[in-house]
Design a protein around this ligand. Sequence first.
Ligand SMILES: [Zn+2]
Ligand SMILES: [Zn+2]
Length: 71
Amino acid sequence: MNTTWECCALTDCPWCSRDDLPCHHCDGTGRWAPMQPVKVDEGAVRWQRIADTCRMCTGTGKEHGYIPVSL
Ligand SMILES: [Zn+2]
Ligand SMILES: [Zn+2]
């Protein structure tokens, strides 16, 4: 299974190499905190805020959103 931005594992990601576009999903922090449902009991769900790496920029904090980069 390929991740969308697996190019970021390389040193020449065209998105990571620029500094003028902060990721609009995480405001350049590289982190996001979505709400995720957690099942606490039978039929009961609690919403919990989880901290995760921003998936749009893979934690780089840089915009990766406009054009899919294919190698
Ligand atoms: Zn990148
Ligand atoms: Zn981001």
